[in-house]
Design a protein. Structure first.
Length: 436
């Protein structure tokens, strides 16, 4: 099987969510025949009944499906659709995805800015030579900010200098899946040997190692073994080690033995530089004002920047016209409005409020009652009520509390806002939520 039971469960959930959102005929016609074939890395391979149906589904309902998946899965998958005659093609891609590096991602085409400088320097250093002090190198940060790119860059660089080196890059999901498969076939020795032979072991998206105890155990042993033998370990994650509650303490603390670096959202200048780099990679001519417009309007992550360029490229090809501002405005109108209408939800608000108060999101949802934390928590509740359509019960849930606590918190903030300074402060945080 090419996915975990949890993933299948989420897939089913997404489909039943769609079932509730579209009419019965469309659901039966277009969605019901779909099968989840595999999830590998950031790609979801979806099997349909035939290529005509898939074509229609993609153009008419592609975004419905994407949105449903985004709702239930923690990562944004690229959805790829295949007909039954294309299974061998999927299989080919899957085997490639499991062990080989993506040659496209190198240090040369990684644009360095303030947000990723430290991660870049550290990755380049361990690529040069494994380092005791940087072992493991732990890179964390939001989605689409270059973690996978950096891991591949290390691998490609190492192999370019010494092709005999054993470089292994896998997602923690792939590792878990292979392990589970090994266990069911009573053959875990093979995977174990493969992991221990690595000169560089890179585990992408370690946050998914969580749920299965065996994979943590296995990784723990491999980790110790490699480290003792001075082999380099690099780990990526969407958050720092201490925020990975599903990972056992002994493993988490080992992640902190080496160097922890983060990647952050690129600033405006870096966004422009990245667009330049991508346009060059694609041999695409893009005028400066277009790059600036995109950099101003698309500021969530780098994958979104790439997506904008790709949609311009497609449009320009389709219309046989060069890329200009008019084309850009209309091509990106959906993206730009998505940004404006994008979903403001409790987790987002909790993150921003925590950040503004110099706390961790977990402080706001946790049990602690110090005055400082209680205030920040109430501000967050108030903003949730003001900026989302959620009921106080739903908001309470996000904080692990009941609706009376939310009501009480909102009242406290409302009366507190009679103070001008405090009111300004709350408004400033609300602006940060809106602009995020
Ligand atoms: P993550 O693994 O952090 O989710 P990725 O490494 O997959 O993000 O990056 C998403 C896309 O953005 C990739 O196509 C990658 O090449 C590109 N990208 C990310 N950071 C940079 C950068 N600093 N310079 C150039 N391209 C980048
Ligand atoms: Mg990644």
């Amino acid at each position: 099987m090419n996915y975990t039971p949890e993933q299948k469960e989420k897939w089913d959930k997404a489909l039943s969510y769609i079932q509730g959102a579209v009419d019965t005929f469309s659901y039966t016609m277009w969605f019901k025949p779909l099968k989840l074939y595999a999830i590998s890395g950031q790609t979801m391979y979806i099997l349909g009944a035939n290529s005509f149906a898939l074509q229609h589904l993609k153009t008419r309902y592609g975004s419905t499906l994407e949105q449903a998946m985004d709702k239930v899965f923690d990562i944004q998958y690229n959805l790829e659709y295949y007909g039954p005659e294309q299974i061998s093609l999927i299989e080919e891609k899957l085997s490639a995805a499991q062990s080989t590096l993506n040659r496209k991602y190198t240090f040369d085409n990684f644009v360095v800015g303030d947000g990723n400088k430290f991660a870049y320097v550290a990755a380049a250093a361990v690529a040069d030579a494994p380092s005791e002090a940087y072992n493991p190198l732990f890179i964390y940060g939001g989605v689409g900010l270059g973690k996978t790119h950096l891991l591949n860059a290390v691998g490609n660089y190492v192999l370019s200098r010494d092709p005999s080196k054993n470089v292994l890059l896998m997602t923690s999901e792939a590792m878990t899946n292979q392990l589970i498969e090994g266990i069911s076939k009573k053959n875990t020795a093979e995977l174990r040997a493969r992991l221990r032979k690595a000169d560089y072991l890179m585990v992408d998206d370690i946050q998914f190692l969580g749920k299965t105890k065996v994979s943590q155990e296995e990784f723990f042993n491999t980790f110790n073994d490699l480290r003792e033998n001075h082999k380099q370990i690099i780990i990526s994650s969407d958050r720092p080690p201490r925020e990975l509650p599903e990972i056992e303490e002994r493993l988490r603390s080992r992640f902190e033995w080496g160097l922890i670096v983060d990647v952050q959202k690129p600033d405006y200048e870096t966004r422009v530089a990245i667009l330049r780099q991508k346009a060059m990679d694609e041999g695409l001519y893009v005028p400066d004002d277009v790059m600036e417009y995109i950099a101003q309007n698309v500021n969530s992550n780098i994958r979104a920047l790439e997506g904008s360029l790709a949609s311009l490229q497609a449009r320009s090809k389709l219309m046989g016209a060069p890329i200009d501002m008019d084309m850009t405005r209309s091509a990106l109108s959906s993206l730009v409005t998505t940004r404006e209408d994008r979903k403001i939800d409790c987790p987002l608000i909790i993150n921003i409020v925590a950040d503004k108060y110099g706390m961790e999101p977990a402080d706001l949802t946790g049990k602690r009652r110090s005055q400082e934390i209680a205030l920040a928590r109430q501000v967050a509740m108030y903003i949730c009520r003001e900026m989302t359509d959620l009921s106080t019960t739903a908001i309470g849930k996000a904080f692990g509390r009941d609706h009376t606590t939310v009501l009480h918190g909102c009242e406290k903030i409302e009366s507190g806002m009679e103070d001008y300074g405090f009111k300004k402060r709350v408004e400033e945080i609300m602006k940060a939520v809106r602009d995020d």
